[in-house]
Write a protein that binds this ligand. Structure first.
Ligand SMILES: Cc1cc2nc3c(=O)[nH]c(=O)nc-3n(C[C@H](O)[C@H](O)[C@H](O)COP(=O)(O)OP(=O)(O)OC[C@H]3O[C@@H](n4cnc5c(N)ncnc54)[C@H](O)[C@@H]3O)c2cc1C
Length: 347
């Protein structure tokens, strides 16, 4: 590591001043990308301006159909936020799939999107949901923000202050992770909004995150996994590396978005109704779900789904995916394959 000056401003105004007056200043958020870069002597900033002491950059707000996440909010805070879980469960799930607990407690949303790693998860959510990136000087739509591999629309001395996510009618994220790093080989974010359906793919593209207009058009016309069963994605601009070929990634996009997904066999408690909305059988239409993997001896995998029916106490069911080549079936639960989104509960 080369020598540098370390600064820890207490306000955004001080951070802006420090960055603008430094000879070659660099912002430090969670440090999960920047510190390894410095250790390998791949960067030589004159000053590191640590954003972690600025309270106004951290936190989550839910207001008028928008979830606003402060730039230095950690992935763990997003995945645990009640506001995010109830408004955009897919976003909370995505944050919970990033790396490991250490990465999730240090890494920040601002650092992740400023870095724009082609295998990072958040770019998929921002592009899929049509989010807006707020900086100290302007607002940038996700469509204009991600410009290519590790490249964004940010100016040299521009600081991301927050990300604004519009609450969709339905959304889901599916990730096929590289088992060692947990970065995505392919991550698919599907969101249904008032303006139509958006499909964003991360992990696969040579130029980073991208949208799939054919799938978006088909799903906007017919919001069902069957609508995309005949659509294939060309592998010509996809990554090939030691983990997966471009052809394999192209196939995975179809699987992740839902054309050849897993079919779930689900058994639910019989004869129960939701204590809040009185709908039966459970789960009621206001329910939200969380999925966790449960290792089972002799079987490949089992999932435990915890359902939260409106305000009722949660209950769990176990589900087992059928063979991956089973017939295309809409998933009943957000977070279970295929990545076809489920309605987001109102309110
Ligand atoms: C082992 C490991 C596994 C990981 N797995 C995943 C994964 O599965 N999925 C995934 O998405 N990510 C993964 N990551 C990345 C992780 O999510 C980090 O959050 C990400 O690397 C950068 O966030 P950070 O807060 O650490 O940023 P830093 O490393 O502090 O900064 C990264 C870059 O962003 C700039 N920056 C930071 N904040 C701002 C701001 N507010 N405004 C403008 N520029 C800013 C910095 O100057 C720097 O150039 C992994 C990282 C590690 C080390």
């Amino acid at each position: 590591m080369y020598d540098f000056e370390y600064q820890r401003p207490a306000s955004l105004a001080d951070a802006i001043t420090a960055l603008k007056s430094a000879e070659d200043g660099k912002l430090l958020a969670g440090g999960h990308t920047l510190i390894p870069t410095l250790k390998q002597r791949l960067a030589r900033p004159s000053d590191l301006i640590d954003l972690s002491g600025i309270a106004e950059l951290r936190g989550i707000k839910s207001e008028g159909g928008t979830i606003t996440v402060g730039a230095t909010t950690s992935h763990a805070e997003v995945t645990e936020s009640d506001a995010v879980k109830s408004a955009i469960p897919a976003l909370a799930e995505l944050a919970g799939m990033i790396g490991d607990p250490q990465v999730r407690h240090c890494g920040t949303i601002g650092g992740s999107i400023a870095n724009n790693d082609p295998a990072a998860d958040y770019p998929g959510a921002l592009l899929g949901l049509g989010a807006t990136i707020v900086t100290d000087s302007r607002e940038i739509t996700a469509d204009d923000f991600f410009l290519g591999l590790f490249e964004t629309a940010l100016e040299e001395t521009e600081i991301i202050t927050a990300v604004k996510f519009p609450v969709p009618q339905a959304a889901n994220y599916q990730k096929f992770a590289q088992p060692a790093s947990r970065f995505s080989l392919v991550g698919a974010f599907v969101a249904k909004t008032g303006g139509g359906v958006r499909v964003a793919i991360t992990g696969a593209g040579q130029e980073g995150v991208f949208r799939v207009p054919e799938m978006e058009a088909a799903l906007s016309a017919n919001f069902s996994p069957d609508a995309i069963s005949g659509i294939t994605v060309s592998d010509s601009n996809l990554n090939t590396d030691i983990h997966a070929s471009a052809e394999y990634r192209a196939h995975l996009i179809g699987v992740m978005v839902g054309s050849r997904g897993y079919r779930l066999r689900v058994s639910l408690p019989k004869g129960r109704q939701c204590a809040s909305c009185r709908q039966a059988p459970l789960p009621c239409s206001g329910a939200t779900f969380q999925r966790s993997r449960v290792p089972v001896a002799g079987r490949r995998v089992r999932y435990r789904i915890t359902a939260y029916p409106c305000q009722d106490s949660p209950f769990s069911v176990s589900v087992r995916p059928n063979a991956p080549d089973g017939p295309p079936t809409p998933a009943r639960f957000p977070g279970s394959r295929p990545a076809f989104p489920q309605p987001v509960p109102a309110g």
